[in-house]
Design a protein. Structure first.
Length: 306
C-alpha cells in the first residue's frame, strides 16, 4: 500500500520529469545561455557598460535566476532517488558553476568569477545531444592524442636536427638551435610560406627539396590524417554510447534524422521478406487430372460436334 504522504512527492517528481523531457525545455535553456553569453560579451565594451551597465547586470541576474530554477527542476525530477541527480556529471557541473560564485572567497576574486560566468556557456553542450556527443568524442580522443603528440614531437625533433645541420649557419634566427628549428617547423605545419622557405633553402643546399618535400608528406599530410582518424574514431564511439544510453532509457537516438540500419540488418530484413512471400505461395505440384467420366463426356461432345 502506498504511503499517502509520499504521493505528492511522487507527483512532483513526475511533473518535473515531464517538464525536463519537454522539447521546449532545452530550447528555452539554450536561449537563456545565449542571452547570458551576449551580456558577457557586451560587458567588454566600455561605452556599452557606461550606457546600459545596470541593465546588463539585471540581465545577468535574471539569467542566473533561470539557471537556478532549471537546476531545481532537474533535481526535482530525481526526488524519488536524489542520488541519481549527482550521478550525472552534467548536473554536478551545473551545480558547481552556479553555486560557486555565491561562495565567500570566490565571490571577491574577479578573475575566477569571470571564468565561472564564462563557463556557463559550456552548458549549451548538455542541452543538445549532438553537441554533447562532440564533447564526449573530444574527451575520448585525448588518450590517443597523447600518443599523437609524442609521435609529432619525435618527428619535429628529428627534422629540426636535420634542419640545424643544413641551414643552421645560413639562417641562425630560424635554425640556429634545435628549439628554434622545431618552432620553425611547427609553424610550417600549416604550409604557410612553404614556397618561400623552399626557395630560400635551395639557395643553401641541394638537399633542401628532399628535406622539405619529405617533411610535408610526413608531417603535414600523414600526421594530419592520423589526427583526423583519431577524432573520427572517438566521435563514432561516442555516437554508439549515446545510442546505447538512449535505448536504455527508452528515448529516440540523438540524431536529427533516423539512423539507417546496417547492410547486415538490411540483408536480414530482405531474407525475412522473401521467406514470408514463399510461405504465402501455393504449394507446387503436378496439374490436377480430370476425372475419367469428364474425359469421356468431352470426347462424346467432340464427336457430336463433328
Amino acid at each position: 500500500m502506498t504511503n499517502p504522504s509520499r504521493a505528492p512527492l511522487h507527483r512532483l517528481a513526475e511533473a518535473c520529469a515531464a517538464l525536463v523531457g519537454a522539447p521546449w525545455f532545452n530550447l528555452a535553456s539554450f536561449v537563456v545561455v545565449v542571452t547570458n553569453a551576449v551580456a558577457l560579451g557586451l560587458e567588454t565594451y566600455g561605452g556599452v557598460v557606461t550606457a546600459v551597465g545596470p541593465a546588463l547586470r539585471a540581465v545577468e541576474y535574471a539569467c542566473l535566476a533561470c539557471f537556478v530554477l532549471e537546476l531545481l527542476i532537474r533535481f526535482g525530477a530525481h526526488l524519488r532517488a536524489p542520488l541519481g541527480f549527482f550521478r550525472d556529471p552534467w548536473n554536478v557541473f551545473d551545480l558547481v558553476i552556479i553555486t560557486a560564485p555565491l561562495l565567500p572567497g570566490i565571490r571577491e576574486n574577479v578573475t575566477i568569477l569571470r571564468l565561472l560566468r564564462l563557463a556557463r556557456i559550456v552548458r549549451a553542450f548538455r542541452l543538445f545531444p549532438s553537441l554533447r556527443v562532440i564533447l564526449v568524442g573530444i574527451r575520448r580522443s585525448l588518450p590517443g592524442l597523447g600518443s599523437f603528440l609524442l609521435v609529432t614531437g619525435l618527428l619535429l625533433y628529428g627534422y629540426a636536427m636535420l634542419g640545424w645541420m643544413l641551414f643552421g649557419t645560413a639562417y641562425p634566427e630560424r635554425y640556429g638551435t634545435v628549439g628554434q628549428a622545431m618552432l620553425t617547423l611547427f609553424l610550417l605545419l600549416s604550409l604557410d610560406g612553404i614556397t618561400d622557405t623552399l626557395q630560400a633553402g635551395r639557395e643553401v643546399s641541394d638537399w633542401a627539396v628532399l628535406y622539405y618535400v619529405s617533411y610535408m608528406v610526413a608531417a603535414c599530410y600523414l600526421l594530419t590524417n592520423l589526427l583526423v582518424g583519431l577524432v573520427l574514431t572517438a566521435l563514432q564511439e561516442a555516437h554508439q554510447d549515446e545510442r546505447a544510453a538512449a535505448a536504455r532509457i527508452g528515448r529516440p537516438p540523438p540524431h536529427d534524422e533516423p539512423s539507417e540500419p546496417s547492410v547486415r540488418e538490411q540483408l536480414a530484413q530482405l531474407h525475412a521478406i522473401i521467406d514470408e512471400l514463399e510461405r504465402q505461395l501455393p504449394p507446387a505440384g503436378p496439374p490436377p487430372r480430370k476425372p475419367a467420366g469428364a474425359r469421356g463426356r468431352g470426347r462424346k461432345r467432340t464427336a457430336a460436334s463433328r
